[in-house]
Design a protein around this ligand. Structure first.
Ligand SMILES: NC(=O)c1ccc[n+]([C@@H]2O[C@H](COP(=O)([O-])OP(=O)(O)OC[C@H]3O[C@@H](n4cnc5c(N)ncnc54)[C@H](OP(=O)(O)O)[C@@H]3O)[C@@H](O)[C@H]2O)c1
Length: 401
């Protein structure tokens, strides 16, 4: 009767070695499950780690952008690179030196330039590197540099306008112009114009202008070019100066049509350099930015690749007036290719740096132009000096015919 009431297998078997209530099959199944569970987790974690690593590696590759990979050399070609004691400029010079160029390093700080020059000579095994002083915030310094360069070299194959200053507090150049507009645009404007004759004589030759995607935020403020009324460090003055770089490129490319001198500009990417030295945020934000930049910003070497392609690629021999980023040509937004603004900026820049007009002013423009005033309210030194200074620039240094 009692046996019939107990279902088979639900109790201890007669003669079993296991204590009552113990099921050995359930125990082993549980053990197997635990065993499988551990490895399942381990494999899952490993897979996630691999996926994250691959994703991070791919993202890093995307951030670094494409590299210029052609192995062409430019032995003996004469090159000027501005602002190359550090950052993108230094990496640019290193690569050009490795390819045999004769490079004039145009920097404002002779000591820092010398340190960079010695390092690059060491790494490139190229002794043809020269330390020359150029402060783009002083028009006289630009003229002195050009005068010395022309006495030393009869040709110029490549000019890279790389130097730049970003988001500094509002200060003035030696000539009384707003620093970012003065250094990033006006200094390079004068430098390039004074070197055009050499570039034409050495054609095919190239000009590379390092601009920035910040131009997208920029507008040429005709009423307040020197940001006297309102000064925005980044979205105002810096963006305007980088837009000016692009308009300068557009205008110059049309002036140099059929001369076999090409001019292109680029955005190097967001690059880990000293450019943010004027960043005024709290200390913790600087640390976060610095740490984040190790991964999320391009290295200076990666940042130099678009400049290098524009400088070196034989495939770009006849290409001019373009805007490049990540080694590719990109279309320009309407305000960066507005030729009326480019014409106006060109004429205004000529006045500000004291160059004679290259083209007659448009018929509708007021012929009685006021000499441009600097932010001190005084007349610009060069314009105020009138034709004597202009003539000396034109006859001694410039031959822009
Ligand atoms: N880094 C980026 O993310 C980024 C993005 C877009 C565009 N850019 C552009 O890339 C170019 C190179 O910048 P970078 O990132 O390599 O910055 P960087 O490391 O600060 O280098 C700038 C260079 O310009 C020089 N410079 C500054 N003011 C000068 C002056 N008055 N005269 C002569 N040289 C002067 C600096 O000389 P000192 O060392 O003596 O100051 C330095 O050699 C700039 O035109 C910048 O606007 C950079």
């Amino acid at each position: 009767m009692s046996e019939a009431a107990t279902p088979p297998g639900s109790g201890p078997e007669r003669g079993s070695v296991f204590p009552p209530g113990f099921d050995p099959t359930a125990e082993s199944a549980e053990k197997t499950l635990c065993f499988r569970g551990f490895w399942a987790w381990a494999v899952l974690i490993l897979l996630i780690a691999i996926c994250v690593s691959v994703f991070m590696w791919l993202l890093r590759k995307c951030i670094q952008g494409p590299a210029y990979r052609k192995a062409n050399r430019i032995d003996g070609k004469v090159v000027i690179v501005t602002g190359c004691n550090t950052g993108i400029g230094k990496e640019t010079v290193l690569e050009l030196a490795k390819r045999g160029a004769r490079v004039y390093m145009a920097c404002r700080d002779a000591g820092r330039c010398e340190a960079a020059r010695l390092e690059i000579m060491d790494r490139s095994h190229n002794q043809q590197l020269f330390n020359r002083t150029l402060d783009l915030g002083s028009l006289q310094s630009v003229r002195n540099f050009v005068e010395r360069f022309k006495a030393e070299e009869s040709r110029l194959d490549l000019l890279i306008n790389n130097a730049g200053v970003m988001a500094c507090p509002r200060t003035l150049t030696t000539d009384g112009y707003e620093q970012q507009f003065g250094v990033n645009h006006l200094g390079h404007f004068l430098l390039t114009n004074l070197l055009l004759d050499r570039l034409k004589q050495s054609s095919p030759s190239r000009i590379v202008v390092v601009s920035s995607a910040a131009h997208l935020f920029g507008r040429i403020n005709r009423e307040d070019l020197m940001s006297e009324k309102k000064y925005g460090k980044f979205f105002g003055a810096y963006s305007q100066s980088k837009l000016a770089n692009i308009l300068f490129t557009c205008k110059l490319s049309s002036i140099l049509k059929n001369s076999r001198v090409t001019v292109n500009c680029c955005h190097p990417g967001v690059v880990r350099t000293e450019l943010n030295r004027h960043f005024a945020g709290p200390g913790w934000m600087k640390s976060v930015l610095q740490t984040g930049s190790l991964y999320f910003f391009k290295s200076p070497k990666a940042g130099a690749q678009t400049s290098l392609r524009l400088a070196l690629d034989p495939g770009l021999e006849g290409s001019t007036g373009g805007y490049y980023s990540d080694c590719m040509r990109w279309p320009l937004v309407p305000w960066a290719r507005n030729m009326e603004t480019a014409d106006w900026l060109w004429r205004e820049s000529e006045k500000l740096v004291g160059l004679p007009p290259m083209e007659p002013p448009p018929p509708n423009q007021n012929q009685n132009q006021n000499p441009t005033q600097n932010s001190n309210g005084t007349q610009n030194g060069n314009a105020a000096n009138g034709s004597r200074e202009m003539q000396s620039v034109e006859t001694v240094v410039v031959n822009r015919s």
